[in-house]
Design a protein around this ligand. Sequence first.
Ligand code: FES
Length: 84
Amino acid sequence: MNNSMTVYINGQPLVVAAGTSAAAALAIAGIDATHFSVTGMPRGPVCGMGICFECSATIDGRPRQRTCQIVCRPKMEIRTDDKV
Ligand code: FES
């Protein structure tokens, strides 16, 4: 049984354990901001439980997904805001 998988963060491969959230994968990759606020401030995970939406990123082409609520799947593509 294989307990790891490769996901892609801004095009870069990252091997994560099964059950890793997309937010955790971003943290493992050293990325602490996923997008910018309307005032231009970098934003990243705050609550870790799906309420604040501060962890939003594009996942498999779907924008504004809460990365703390999504478990990594093999070959998942996670993209942060281009300005981050
Ligand atoms: S960290 Fe708050 S919704 Fe994801």
